[in-house]
Design a protein around this ligand. Structure first.
Ligand SMILES: [Cu+2]
Length: 665
């Protein structure tokens, strides 16, 4: 998307022969993606040809734009993704008010950077080849004062295919080596700026489930800053469910929910010396982790310019549907901290994948406005299924909840003509005296125009890959059945809740605990020593950097933990049961690469099992009584190193991250 989509832009209206043809053209337009500046015009009545001026007034404008879509041919999709700065304008909460920004973003092949990377479409058995080319400028040297080993390199990057079940290692049998979903780069590695590149190769297994995935950088220490710019894009794996005639006929819309952070007036720029429109310092994130969405207790306390959620770079786009029309939407939360709680006025979102993992039956998410308010019951049919956490103390949401990294596929059928809002209902992300509550927001507008022809909703059971067969007790027992515990704990938890009064405290607040705490402590001390030595060698004395640059503003009082400090070693073909504990009032978002999770328990209580790769570990945990999620995983296909981490990426960058290494027996 090279150009800025214009909200309510006038559009040149091609002469048409009939409404159907135009509708077909519109669908082609949507299906194959678009990268142009204008909106889409659909007449209110499909019989309206050669609209007169008065007819024109009735036109409904679709301002929803899709990322360009690239599809594999003959089993291969090959693309170059280019990382660079993207100078453009983005809306704040007011869609008509744009701010100039200069943020990191993906371009592809000969196309310059856009609001999101292209959507990459593959099927099981295909090969996806991505050459990642880093054209960001050299890393700024002053960043070295932060920490000599981590998040000193905002312009070093790599590529992660979130959720994909693919080889995580390096193909060293070719020269130069090619990379799988390899993101355990050491701090001297990665794809360095100023022209470095890396060839990634993802061989999609034949039985790979069909669903939405996405790609984003995962260079430890830089991931939040880069993803909180504009660096993400969708991956669609197609399969049997997509071949159902009713699915194939339904227009597919891909939503990347983004909340780019950037300095604006003094916001996100308190003392860090960053120009407006830029995101250059990790501290910009840590001092305002939720952006402008952080509220006190009251939902009603709407922020006049709350951290705006954009969809594919556009604030509050409008979507035009015909009454009775069925569409399917792919919903991807690419935010680095905030969760979403989606509800569409007067309509049902019929969910059929959680993340990229399909189910045979729909989970229906009804209009949840009437249930709005905190602590009420979910409006969903199966509150314990498909990615919803309805455990006690976590019933904040009522619509379709997407934590950072979560995706969903939904089918919707347009109702009566009218205008409906796709809302982000309030999200309560923590418990405690000062809970973090994100205010309600309008994310998109759905304009339903009159029509007599109706489409049908795909009937169930929907086809599901055998890859997603349940992991039974027997299977677990017959494959080792090892149990592990992972503990998420930020120290200085209360600081987070106070961060709205005293910005910057989150930077002191995160630390991962695991089975190897002593080892972590050793690394911590080592990093700290290195940092001190670096300062001394640069300035000759320890006090100098306090003057220039303002070190206290740049350096947290501890050093972040390297991504490979903690390591879980797993034997190939094992089937294991893990429990992730959360000792904090804030909910954490557990994500593991390569192998999805089969969730069986929340807070120790059985739930209707489901597959996912990103899961909220409920809020309200304490050291005495942690919240938890329990799941099973198969480690069947791949050996190699990969990561588990908090998908609230700024916490991951601060150290809530571990390495997993699968070894052969
Ligand atoms: Cu991932």
């Amino acid at each position: 998307m090279a150009n800025l989509p214009m909200t309510h832009a006038p559009m040149t209206h091609a002469p048409m022969t009939n409404g159907l043809e135009q509708e077909n053209a519109r669908r082609q337009f949507l299906r194959y993606g678009l990268s142009i500046a204008s909106g889409i015009v659909v007449p209110l009545g499909l019989t309206a040809c050669e609209p007169s001026d008065s007819d024109r007034n009735k036109l409904s404008v679709q301002t929803f734009v899709q990322p360009p879509l690239l599809e594999a041919k003959n089993g291969l999709l090959e693309v170059t993704l280019t990382v660079s700065y993207f100078d453009t304008q983005l809306s704040g909460s007011n869609p008509n008010l744009r701010h100039p920004v200069s943020l990191r973003a993906y371009g592809y092949d000969a196309q310059r950077a856009g609001y999101c990377g292209p959507t990459l479409v593959v099927r099981g058995g295909d090969e996806l080849r991505i050459r990642l080319l880093n054209q960001l400028p050299e890393n700024p040297p002053f960043q070295a004062f932060r920490d000599p080993t981590n998040y000193i390199k905002p312009n070093t990057t790599n590529l992660h295919v979130h959720g994909l079940h693919v080889f995580p290692g390096i193909y060293s049998d070719v020269t130069p080596p090619e990379y799988g979903d390899y993101v355990v780069d050491p701090n001297y590695g990665g794809v360095v700026p100023n022209g470095d590149s890396r060839q990634y190769v993802y061989r999609i297994p034949k039985d790979h489930p069909a669903g939405p995935f996405y790609y984003h950088p995962q260079y430890h220490g830089s991931s939040a800053l880069q993803v909180a710019s504009l660096m993400s894009g969708a991956i669609m794996v197609r399969g049997a469910v997509d071949d159902l005639p009713e699915m194939a006929q339904a227009t597919e819309l891909i939503f990347l929910f983004q909340a780019p952070y950037f300095a604006l007036n003094t916001f996100l720029n308190d003392g860090v010396g960053v120009a407006d429109g830029r995101l250059e310092k990790f501290r910009q994130l840590t001092q305002h982790p939720t952006g402008r969405g952080l509220k006190n207790n009251s939902v009603a306390e709407a922020d006049s310019d709350a951290q705006p959620v954009l969809i594919n770079g556009v604030r509050q786009p409008s979507i035009v549907m015909r009454s009775g029309e069925v569409q399917r939407w792919r919903l991807i939360n690419t935010q680095v901290f905030n969760s979403l709680n989606l509800s569409l006025d007067g309509h049902v979102l019929k969910q059929y994948t959680t993340d990229g993992w399909g189910s045979a039956e729909y989970v229906n998410h009804r209009d949840a406005r009437t249930m709005s308010g905190l602590g009420l019951q979910s409006a969903s049919d199966h509150p314990n299924g498909l990615g919803l956490q309805s455990a006690p103390g976590h019933t904040n949401g009522l619509g379709l909840q997407l934590a950072p990294g979560n995706r969903a596929s939904v089918v919707i059928q347009a109702g009566k003509p009218g205008t409906y809002y796709l809302r982000g209902l309030p999200v309560k992300m923590s418990e405690g005296a000062q809970p973090i509550v994100l205010p309600e927001d309008i994310l998109a507008k759905v304009i339903v125009v009159d029509s007599t022809d109706s489409m049908s909703i795909p009937t169930t059971p929907l086809p599901v890959s055998r890859f997603l067969d349940p992991i039974t007790d027997d299977e677990l027992a017959n494959h080792g059945g090892k149990k592990r515990n992972i503990i998420f704990k930020m120290t200085g938890n209360e600081s987070l809740f106070k961060s709205q009064q005293a910005p910057g405290l989150l930077a002191q607040a995160a630390e991962v605990w695991g089975s190897l705490v002593a080892k972590a402590e050793k690394t911590y001390q080592h990093n700290k020593l290195q940092l001190q030595q670096k300062i001394v060698s640069t300035f000759g004395s320890q006090s100098q950097p306090l003057v220039y640059p303002p070190l206290p503003n740049l350096t947290p009082s501890f050093d972040i933990q390297a991504a490979n400090t903690l390591n879980e070693v797993v034997i190939l073909d094992a089937v294991e049961e893990w429990t992730v504990f959360n000792l904090n009032q804030i909910s954490h978002v557990f994500h593991i690469h390569v192998n999805p999770m089969y969730i069986i328990k929340v807070n120790g209580e059985s739930v209707e099992p489901y597959w996912c790769d990103t899961v909220t570990v409920p809020s309200g945990g304490t050291s005495q009584n942690p919240s938890s999620v329990t799941f099973r995983m198969r480690f069947k296909d791949f050996i190699g190193p990969y990561l588990l981490h908090n998908q609230r990426l700024l916490l991951s960058d601060l150290g809530m991250i571990q390495r997993v290494t699968v070894v052969s027996a």
